[in-house]
Design a protein around this ligand. Sequence first.
Ligand code: FES
Ligand SMILES: [Fe+2]
Length: 436
Amino acid sequence: MSKQKDSDDLVRVGRGTVMGDMMRQYWIPAAMSSELERDGAPMRLVLLGERLIAFRDSSGRVGVMDHRCPHRCASLFLGRNEENGIRCVYHGWKYDAAGNCVDMPNAPPHQDFKDKVKAKAYKVAERNGLIWVYMGSRKEVPPLPAIEASLLPEAELQISFVQRECNWLQALEGDIDTSHFGFLHTGSVQPDDAAPDSLLRWTLTNRAPEYHVTDTGYGTMYCAYRPAEAGQTYWRFANFLFPFWTQTPQGPFDRVNTRAWVPMDDTHTMFVSLSWRSSPPSLRPLKNGQMIPGSRLGFDYLPNTTDWYGRWRLMQNPSNDWMIDRAAQKSGENYTGIASIHGQDQAVTERMGGITDHGFENLGPSDIMIARTRRRLLRAARAFAKDETIPPCVDDPGVYTAVRSGDFLADAKIAWRDAYEMQMRAAVRPLAQAAE
Ligand code: FES
Ligand SMILES: [Fe+2]
């Protein structure tokens, strides 16, 4: 298989593509419940290259369907959301949240054929403040993924969406590439700047770690490791979970945080972060009591618009070079000159181009997890394309639950998988606590 064919099969997500068809087997986190009001204006939504509308009907049900009216393709975005359905403003045909045509007022009663018309609607589920969409063809939909953070009660779950202007895979790969943390995010911080008991010291002391990587039931796992003091090893564990989820290694295992890189189309991605509000912070102050320069967390959004690409865009974006401050970059005050961790990640992955050219790359030792994850994704997607082999986790969504990531020190004699299990056993479990 050529490298270009591999690349196309990995990055393309439209209907009929290898990856797009595999992704349609999974539930997709598509919007926050708070984005849709009862009988409110329909919202434009782009998922896997399809232009959809989403609306909440008078009873509170959410409908997600092709934006084109099945009569003559007028956009249902223009429609009237009224009395438990969306009514096309062109000739008045009306559809319920499941896509059934429930009214055909421009046809005489004896010629009415509304029972035969259906909008192209997708199954929708809503849980703990998040709206999920299933775009596959199964009549009996699979269960929702039991990703730990997504199971937290709404009041304890922090949900953030951020749009990124590039292909989903290059965006996701930033989360499984931990050596960039010592450059992009902390390149101008010196080991002595870290608080004495801070693990950051080890990232700053040795910016070229070594790695272990393995396939798992849910995807792939890796860890970066470096020697630390007194016979200890500094470990950073992170995960890829099918088909587009990640967990990042910065912070303790007590964090409950999983992130999705949902393909809107081939060149736009929606980042969806699900985290427990009581998670301990992933970054701590430096020795001087200040945070790492340029490490501001949180997001400065542009106002949302109703455009196809109008939701959850950041003020730092390609049109203003992510507000790069060259003076701060030159002085070393901020390695990139770009404020905010997320802004730095946006800048590097967006500026690779809409779809990164895999033929131009030279993967190095730090990319072992990326290479492994690409292979695992390709194998699963091609197996589904060949004989509909069910991709990982689709029918076994509980595999997702007991998975965490983070960094820690452990005795250097402990094997890497054992070190992970020890952290897992000790980690705080809000769901288990709630059940007690
Ligand atoms: S195009 Fe929608 S009712 Fe005619
Ligand atoms: Fe990053």
